[in-house]
Design a protein around this ligand. Structure first.
Ligand code: PXG
Length: 300
């Protein structure tokens, strides 16, 4: 494995950052999680746009422009040679002193890691997962805006711990008003009366790249897709529910807080959108790694 760190490539063992890095000391930084499908980086430009928006929100000046950053990602993918992979891009405030004031951190740390994917078990997609509402509310936008994909993920980690303790596949996080925002690391969708609903970013959701792709695919399939505020009761009584994220893609949800959703099986619109999403990931995006043509097999 070759990891990009501040302009150079290192092995996994050698890629080290300072204990004074404010990304480590304070969760002061931003990140992106991307995927490579068949040698193509999925929606690289959208991920970079979100990274730079997140950085702007925390007044972090990324020392590379978006073009140079795109090349860093491509080069890291090329060097690792994985046709299907997960990419983690991290920009932290960089090394400083023990005080939290970012003014002492002149040089942000830039990291790009390309790693093998750990796919969710197939049966989760076939049977769907159970979710529960987390007691941990999503960060309030006036404290730490959830549309900033920051390194400060304790809010999400606390919610994820609740899922683990309850033996659930995920939790649904609510905002302070009780509206559903998202999962601990994924966006949430409902199908209601043939329409597709997902909470608006203003409800406290991340503007997920998978979420946006699903909204576009729905429109192309003739399904009305809306950003809507909804509460837990509307989840319980929905026709279908699913989660979206870069790692998980589209995961059907068949039970929420002990209430079976519709007939308790992944629904038809969820399945249609999943197929459309798989087609999209296989075909969209500029190829960075081209599969070697297989040597033609001869007789023996
Ligand atoms: N909401 C939150 C809070 C997230 O962290 C999403 C939604 C989905 O966004 P995308 O752009 O991925 O469709 C995320 C995704 C993973 C992983 O392995 C994903 C995230 C963070 C850590 C790991 O899928 N964020």
């Amino acid at each position: 494995m070759q990891i990009y760190l501040d302009g150079k490539f290192y092995s996994k063992e050698e890629a080290k950052i300072s204990v004074f890095d404010h990304g480590f000391l304070y969760g002061d930084g931003v990140f992106e999680g991307l995927r490579v499908y068949s040698g193509r980086i999925f929606r690289l430009q959208q991920h970079l746009a979100r990274l730079y928006r997140s950085a702007r929100g925390i007044m972090l000046e990324i020392p590379l422009d978006a073009g140079a950053m795109a090349e860093v990602v491509r080069e890291t993918v090329r060097r690792n040679g994985l046709l299907d992979a997960y990419i983690r891009l991290v920009v932290s405030r960089g090394p400083g002193d023990l005080g939290l004031n970012p003014v002492v951190c002149p040089k942000p740390t830039v990291i790009c890691i390309v790693d093998k994917l750990t796919l969710w078990p197939r049966e989760l997609y076939e049977r769907g997962i159970r979710v529960a509402t987390a007691a941990t509310r999503r960060n309030s936008p006036d404290a730490l805006d959830p549309s900033i994909k920051s390194l400060n993920y304790l809010n999400n980690v606390l919610a994820r711990l609740e899922a683990n303790r309850q033996g659930m596949g995920e939790v649904l996080m609510l905002n302070a008003q009780g509206y559903v925002c998202e999962g601990s690391a994924d966006n949430v969708f409902l199908v209601v009366g043939g329409e597709l609903w997902t909470p608006p970013v203003a409800a406290g959701a991340l503007e997920g790249i998978t979420r946006n792709a699903v909204m576009e695919l729905a429109a192309a399939e003739g399904i009305v897709a809306r950003e809507m505020f909804f509460n837990r009761q509307q989840v319980y009584t929905a026709d279908e529910c699913f989660l979206t994220g870069t790692g998980a893609e589209i995961v059907p949800v068949v039970e929420a807080d002990g209430r079976r959703i519709a007939d308790g099986a992944p629904g038809p619109i969820t399945k249609r959108l999943t197929e459309a999403f798989h087609r999209l990931t296989r075909t969209e995006g500029e190829p960075v790694l081209v599969e070697e043509p297989r040597a033609a097999k001869t007789g023996s």
